[in-house]
Design a protein around this ligand. Structure first.
Ligand SMILES: C[S@@+](CC[C@H](N)C(=O)[O-])C[C@H]1O[C@@H](n2cnc3c(N)ncnc32)[C@H](O)[C@@H]1O
Length: 313
């Protein structure tokens, strides 16, 4: 007697049905098929791949593989109009990836360290030796570590940090694929454009705080610069017999927590909660440490849209 599809197959089939235009990674499928799982182990991956292969055949989904025999993800049958594929090198927990996803890309991330909260198909590898043919991608995003270029580099106990930007640029240029290299202000990028949270209205309304998070982006394609709108939404308060201009606060999301960047003095207690930090960045899946390394998805969405327009012309 045939027992029909099991629980894992049914969960995967439901996920495939609900997302015909997306790529679903093995990790993501494991979290759907095993709700509440703390960590996806090898045995879960093996079970997912076996079940997903079988469901994919019946539903017209395709494997979106890394190297030979390495299934990374499964792509839906909206294949006549497939989403272009972007590679996010040095992806961290995926702030930039989320923006590229919103701009219409399927995204694969690469990072040297495990990224359990990364929301798309993920590969743990050295970004300067990615296990892919780079020419398969429509766009490559790279966010090499910024410690070599921040104020911390001048501290007396600063560690030596390699500047990975030149090697990254050389690799991306050699691929011929449109690219973006992201880094902090002060990094040696070529003709970068600067983006800031205030350009996208980012901040926390209930704390009357705006996100001034400047980052530089070197793009291999033209993109329109924008202007910061610091303090654009000063709040007029009428109380206590006075009309006050309550200057907006600035929320800074750093390694030590979410702080008011204009407040001097005691650095002991964060000024904002992690929830406020997440709201300001428009990222709801990261820890404070991951958030402090990330860019708001809006920045990558903005540039991803330019890359798509340029690809059409
Ligand atoms: C600035 S964070 C990236 C943040 C990400 N763009 C975001 O928006 O969430 C830089 C990342 O580079 C990773 N990294 C450092 N050296 C690397 C290497 N050689 N290969 C791959 N990843 C590396 C770090 O683990 C870190 O997650």
């Amino acid at each position: 007697m045939s027992r029909g599809p099991g629980r894992i197959e049914r969960a995967i089939a439901d996920a495939f049905k609900a997302n015909p235009r997306r790529a679903l990674g093995v990790e993501e499928l494991a979290r759907i098929a095993y709700p509440g799982l703390a960590e996806v182990e090898k045995r879960h991956r093996v079970a997912i791949i076996r079940a997903a292969d079988s469901v994919a055949r019946g539903m017209g989904w395709r494997r979106l593989g890394g190297g030979p025999g390495v299934p990374l993800a499964y792509r839906g049958p909206a294949a006549e109009n497939p989403r272009p594929l972007a590679l996010d090198l040095f992806c961290g927990a995926g702030g930039a990836s989320m923006g590229l996803h919103r701009a219409g890309y399927d995204v694969i991330g690469v990072d040297l360290f495990p990224q359990p909260r990364y929301p798309f198909p993920f590969f743990q590898a050295d970004a300067l030796r990615p296990p892919f043919d780079l020419r398969r991608f429509s766009l490559i995003w790279a966010s090499p570590p910024c410690q070599a270029h921040t104020a911390l580099k001048t501290m007396h106990n600063a560690r030596e940090h390699a500047n990975l930007i030149p090697a990254t640029r050389a690799m991306l240029r050699a691929s011929g694929v449109p690219y973006v290299i992201e880094n902090v202000v002060g990094a040696p990028l070529i003709h970068p454009i600067r983006l800031c949270g205030t350009m996208f209205g980012l901040g926390v309304d209930d704390a009357d705080a705006e996100l001034r998070r400047h980052r530089l982006f070197e793009t291999s394609f033209p993109a329109l610069p924008l202007k910061c709108r610091h303090g654009a939404a000063d709040v007029l308060g009428v109380y206590g017999g006075h009309v006050r201009n309550r200057r907006r606060r600035t929320i800074g999301v750093y390694g030590e927590g979410c702080r008011d960047s204009r407040r001097k003095g005691d650095k002991g207690v964060p000024d904002f909660s992690i929830e406020q930090g997440r709201a300001a960045m428009d990222i709801d899946w990261m820890t404070t440490a991951e958030l402090s390394q990330a860019i708001p998805p809006d920045y990558a969405e903005y540039l991803g849209i330019f890359a798509r327009i340029m690809a059409r012309n």
